[in-house]
Design a binder for this molecule. Structure first.
Ligand code: HEC
Ligand code: HEC
Length: 495
């Protein structure tokens, strides 16, 4: 082989090194809520006339920017330092995101971490010391501090003397506790611990008005009147049904706004998201550039509840997005946030590429998996139509669409506010640190995903399920011998 000698390489390297500590990083910040970019960002819904229409750029920029304030840890009951609460009441509000102080790219990334971790909706802190009847808080908090990434477990001072707690930080849902207790931002979050008896009793005994508020909120979150009217929804969603649903919930799965409580989505890992062409399990958002990741954050912090789906607006007036304040992120905050997301790295993979994994890789190739899960991303970045969906001709021109369906349950893709008629081919990178497989997290493990028993009628999934029933479709790899399956999984866990 000829060795290539490069005369200017040392100079280039020196330049690159300079770049790394560059004090003159000039961010090119896209305009987030640009009408044209917003209009072309989403794949239309399967029910096309119900595709969301978002607020205009003028309306969006009329919202006030939400500053990012310093927050303070909450402690488990009785563990806070003496005089802690009184000392918080003396604190001045402190804004911790200031774009004029950001110089290097690393500064921007670190500022993006603050955005990622900061909650966006606030309510008065309970007067009692926060406590958690959750074993995890004992596990993590050796110094008595409650894990900050759980919603409501930190104090904010936005006004001197007023303590608040918050909700809806990216980190609330996109942060994972690894088996060794370490903490992985960008990994799948949402723990959905089993319900306590006390909570169940409180729910069963809640007043009709309280239950009504709850159903109204759920309707705002998942209602799709072109699939089921509000009256039908209220009839179906009884107190017993609610309890059944809460008991069914599993880690890393969420009836997120725009999905369905019977067909929720699993939380994805955000590592490597810049390479992923479609965002969401249903491929709703086209990821064309950093601007689209910024837009995705805006929409999913709740702007979608203000959109019009035909004549339906999930949250007219009050909304989880604007609260009573009508606030938004600044474009700088969103840019920093997107840079941070792009910088996310997984922990080191403990699984070695041994002879089993090597054999597994051969099986992966022989079984034809790379057609869809193409290395190095382990996705072909295409949309796979669900069964029963007729792909509109115009989409074949604008989007990357496969011909045949893998045949998984079509409900999320056809009957929700995120339903495009497709599931994207997910990347298999990072399978080793994930659970909840398939778009709805019905399979708890890879072993279950490749278990042919899951196709049987009376099957009881180990992941999210409201009752017995098959985990349909995606039959690839189901007919391997147990040994082959083990090796295939060994390989998948190295990705
Ligand atoms: C309440 C929980 C929750 C919060 C808060 C949340 N997310 Fe998510 N996120 C989800 C779920 C659930 C999905 C999967 C949605 C789907 O597949 O339809 C998701 C998907 C995503 C995706 C798409 C990834 C992919 O591969 O498709 C991105 C990007 C993302 N979130 C970024 C963010 C950012 C940035 C924030 C903060 C501004 C945030 N999320 C806040 C739960 C949350
Ligand atoms: C024809 C395209 C196609 C082929 C071939 C294919 N897959 Fe998939 N795969 C998909 C799609 C689409 C999904 C998502 C389905 C859903 O969520 O409903 C998926 C999901 C998965 C998942 C779950 C991932 C997650 O993030 O939840 C795994 C694991 C997987 N495939 C592995 C394999 C393996 C191993 C093979 C070969 C034996 C294979 N796939 C062959 C299209 C394919």
């Amino acid at each position: 082989m000829r060795r290539i000698v490069c005369a200017i390489c040392p100079a280039l390297l020196a330049l690159a090194a300079l770049g790394a500590s560059d004090t003159t990083f000039h961010p090119v910040i896209p305009k987030v809520w640009d009408d044209r970019a917003v209009e072309t960002m989403e794949v239309p819904l399967a029910q096309r006339d119900r595709s969301p229409r978002y607020m205009t750029s003028a309306e969006y920029y009329a919202l006030k920017v939400r500053p990012i304030y310093r927050s303070y840890p909450a402690y488990a009951k009785g563990r806070e330092p003496a005089g802690y609460m009184a000392s918080l009441k003396e604190k001045e509000p402190e804004i911790i995101f200031d774009p004029t102080k950001l110089h290097t790219k690393e500064d921007w990334i670190q500022a993006g971490k603050l955005v990622f971790e900061s909650e966006t909706q606030f309510r008065p802190a309970p007067s009692e010391q926060l406590s958690a009847d959750d074993p995890l808080t004992q596990q993590v908090a050796s110094d008595g501090k409650l894990p900050f990434f759980l919603p409501g477990f930190r104090y904010y001072v936005r006004k001197k003397g007023v303590l608040e707690v918050g909700l809806n930080a990216c980190a609330n849902c996109h942060a994972r506790i690894m088996p060794d207790g370490s903490f992985f931002e960008g990994g799948q979050g949402i723990r959905n611990p089993p319900l306590s008896e006390a909570r169940l009793r409180a729910l069963r005994e809640s007043t009709p008005e309280d239950f009504r508020k709850l159903t109204d909120r759920l309707w705002m979150t998942v209602g799709a009147p072109w699939v089921m009217s509000k009256e039908e929804f209220e009839k179906a969603f009884t107190r017993e049904e609610y309890v059944r649903w809460l008991v069914a919930r599993r880690p890393s799965e969420l009836a997120r706004q725009g999905t369905s409580y019977t067909h929720p989505v699993r939380v994805p890992s955000l590592v490597g998201v810049a390479d992923i062409r479609y965002l969401d399990a249903t491929g709703l958002v086209r990821n064309r550039s950093i601007g689209d990741i910024m837009r995705y954050a805006v929409i999913n912090e709740g702007l979608d509840t203000l959109a019009h789906y035909g004549d339906f607006q999930p949250a007219p007036g009050a909304t989880i997005f604007s609260g009573d304040e009508g606030t938004r992120y600044s474009d700088e905050q969103l840019y920093a946030l997107a840079l941070y997301i792009q910088s996310l790295k997984p922990p080191p993979n403990p699984n070695k590429f041994d002879e089993h994994a090597q054999h597994g890789e051969q099986i992966f190739t022989n079984e034809g998996c790379p057609v869809c899960h193409t290395p190095p991303l382990y996705t072909n970045n295409k949309l796979n139509p669900v069964r029963g969906f007729k792909v509109p001709d115009d989409l074949r021109k604008t989007d990357d669409i496969m011909n045949s369906s893998v045949g998984t349950d079509p409900t999320l893709a056809l009957k929700t506010r995120r339903g495009t008629g497709f599931y994207k081919v997910p990347s298999l990178r990072g399978l080793w640190y994930r659970n909840a497989f398939g778009h709805g997290g019905q399979a708890a493990t890879l072993e279950e995903w490749f278990d042919p028993a899951r196709l049987e009628d009376g099957y009881v999934p180990k992941g999210f399920h409201l009752g017995p029933g098959p985990i349909e479709g995606h039959e690839k790899g189901l007919d391997l011998t147990p040994g082959e399956k083990q090796d295939l999984i060994a390989f998948l866990k190295t990705l």
